[in-house]
Design a protein around this ligand. Structure first.
Ligand code: PRX
Length: 637
């Protein structure tokens, strides 16, 4: 086992007594944390768990999420504090936005949205680059009680349309495009395509970012600079019930269609605010930087709601880490005096591969806390991160959580608990986690099992949008009363938790969730494909690489062109991140007698291993046949 790193942080925010307090009185602990927010109406009950798994947290309380993230800091005299240090990709394109300016912008946007007919409860889709207007758009929706659904800008028009339709969004907020790797990258065309099949959308609100020409549908399309700039900078926020829907975030599950994970206002904001404060040991003079896109849950909780609820100053960067050079992140971090940096292991491994000289060329001496999220961080990347970005001083917090958990669940607390490279350590105070066997019994240390939450927590998923049954079935049916996360894990002899990866058909590519079934559906929707099986093969940089095995229809014949066409097709159906790294054309797929594809055997092939136990195959010769079908470049070496 790698050596543990001692806790580092003087007089940390959280203390070991938080654990003791929460153990003694979990709900009392969360009631105390709710005091971090301003409520217009106090709650009368911390948790209503009378109809599990449908939880109600901070029952009867009323609040406004945007008011808590913006206005109250201005009212407390912090209006001149920088909320966002925006760094655009083009050189010199920077903007500092104070809390007072953010308040004016969010108010203007809220007034403009109201003028476009948006009311509390209406859904708004957001499809934007990483620019301040994206944060403003989210907060304007929150201010009006109109749940937003942010769709990652890398998703295709089809994927966007699917999400708009599922939540019946009335408005789409987008931009003409953003900058990516030195060039303008359009977004509006995908929205134009998507909304042709979405009758619920009455308007498309467009931020001018790149100035590239766009198609325009008069009456439907509206420029942000026309309606937002003209709107009043004053807006009185309405207060909403603690359980009022805040947002829907789509994520991949084990079936073909993504699930709309619903988060509500009070509980989500309490756990986001507490965990940001405790896990990043946040101090008023910190400069925080989370590299996640707002299209993922990390961008929601740890770029928008958690940091802003704490009145933090943060960096918002539009571009990629290597544009225009591989030291860009570290250059920005040095310039802005970043103290707290939060990213994914795949990015750390990429930077590690580029070389130590890039971070070494910049002054990173203010860095004091490093965070990791999305997958287990391998010890080598952990040590590199700590040494080369953290100067050997900064603790690494490996944070385990999910779209569904809404906020951090398992992580060390800097200054309180030490970190072991590769382990997410222990549950946060107030969070109850166990690792169980097939029968739901706790497993002893050293033994692998399934990760479950044994008690409800404030930021928990409330349901799957429009599908309570799927919510119950997916997360709560395996062991009654326990939330099943879909991850395998084990505890070591110190009681620290090591995540072992997904135990279902969900893959984790560069820290992003993709479903094997979703990619298989995309492949079989191509006219040349008869059948497809997708597996995740381990990959040094991205954690997992998507590998597909495809049976063509008789009308199509194997060629490099068809492989490329299929990759492009998946890109169009879902988005470039879902494109298989490799597609092998085969004549058979390994199936059980009941017709279930044995992906395990295909994974063995994809990872160049001798295939494991194939005794349950309907046709025992099939693996030999597949091996014979593989071209020399993808056959086992
Ligand atoms: O498998 C776990 C992995 O990412 C999944 C959640 O993915 P998503 O909902 O997209 O959220 C990612 C950002 C929170 C989990 O089921 N995962 C996330 N963080 C870690 C992790 N696996 C190991 N260690 C982590 N720190």
């Amino acid at each position: 086992m790698p050596t543990a790193h001692p806790p580092t942080s003087n007089a940390p925010n959280a203390t070991s007594s938080d654990y003791a307090l929460a153990n003694e009185d979990r709900l009392g602990f969360w009631a105390d944390q709710a005091g971090r927010l301003d409520w217009s109406e106090p709650f009368t009950e911390v948790l209503d768990w009378s109809t599990p798994p449908f939880a109600r947290w901070f029952v009867g309380g009323r609040l406004n999420a945007a008011y808590n993230c913006v206005d109250r800091h201005v009212e407390a005299g912090q209006g001149d504090r920088v909320a966002l240090h925006f760094v655009g990709e083009p050189a010199g394109d920077t903007r500092d936005i104070t809390y007072a300016q953010l308040q004016a912008e969010v108010s203007r946007a809220a007034n403009a949205l109201t003028a476009l007919g948006i009311e509390a409860g209406d859904r708004v889709a957001i499809y934007m680059p990483m620019i301040p207007e994206a944060v403003v758009a989210m907060l304007a929706c929150a201010r009006l009680g109109a749940p937003h659904t942010v769709v990652f800008g890398g998703f295709s028009a089809d994927a966007l349309a699917g999400r708009i339709k599922d939540c019946q969004a009335k408005l789409v907020i987008t931009a003409d495009g953003g900058y990516r790797r030195g060039d303008p990258s359009p977004l509006k065309p995908a929205v134009d395509t998507a909304v042709t099949s979405c009758p619920t959308v009455s308007h498309v609100l467009v931020v001018r970012r790149t100035g590239e020409p766009v198609e325009w549908t008069p009456g439907r399309d509206v420029w942000w600079h026309d309606v937002v700039a003209a709107a009043s900078p004053h807006h009185s926020p309405e207060m909403f019930d603690s359980e009022h829907p805040l947002f829907v975030m789509y994520t991949s599950g084990t079936t073909g269609s993504p699930k709309g994970v619903l988060h509500t206002t009070g509980g989500y904001l309490v756990q986001s605010a507490y965990s940001f404060w405790a896990v990043f040991d946040h101090r008023p003079d910190d400069v925080y930087w989370c590299t996640a896109d707002i299209g993922w849950i990390t961008g929601h909780t740890y770029l928008v709601y958690g940091p802003l609820a704490n009145g933090a100053t943060q960096v918002l960067y539009e571009g990629t880490p290597d544009t225009p050079h591989k030291g860009r992140w570290w250059e920005i971090a040095a310039e802005l005096g970043v103290t707290t940096f939060y990213t994914a292991p795949t990015a750390i491994r990429t930077c590690m591969k580029w070389g130590d000289e890039f971070p070494a060329a910049h002054d990173l001496s203010r860095v004091r806390i490093l965070g990791s999220v999305g997958e287990s961080i391998n010890p080598q990347a952990y040590e590199w991160y700590r040494e080369h970005i953290g100067g050997g001083r900064a603790p690494v917090v490996d944070t385990w959580w999910q779209t569904e958990t809404g906020a951090h669940m398992i992580t060390p607390l800097p200054g309180v608990r030490s970190g072991k490279p590769g382990s997410a350590m222990t549950p946060l105070p107030g969070i109850s986690i166990d690792i169980v066997d097939d029968d739901g019994n706790s497993v002893p240390p050293g033994q692998g099992g399934y990760l479950v939450a044994t008690e409800p927590w404030p930021a928990m998923i409330r349901t799957i949008w429009g599908d309570d049954e799927r919510f119950v079935e997916t997360y709560w049916s395996r062991w009654p009363g326990y939330y099943f996360a879909g991850d395998g894990a084990r505890r070591d002899n110190d009681g620290d938790i090591w995540l072992l990866g997904r135990v279902d058909d969900v893959m984790n590519v560069s820290g992003h969730r993709l479903s094997t079934t979703e990619i298989e559906s995309a492949l079989v929707s191509h006219p040349s494909v008869a059948e497809a099986a997708v597996v995740g093969a381990s990959d040094e940089v991205t954690g997992t690489a998507v590998v597909a095995f495809v049976i063509l229809r008789d009308s199509a014949s194997p060629s490099d062109d068809i492989v490329e066409a299929l990759r492009t097709h998946v890109g169009q159906q879902i988005g470039p991140i879902a494109k298989p790294r490799r597609i092998s054309i085969v004549s058979e797929l390994p199936k059980t007698r009941s017709g279930k594809i044995m992906r395990r055997l295909l994974r063995d092939l994809a990872e160049h291993r001798t295939t494991g136990d194939a005794s349950t195959l309907a046709d025992s010769d099939v693996m030999a046949q597949i091996a014979a079908d593989l071209t020399p470049s993808d056959s086992p070496t």
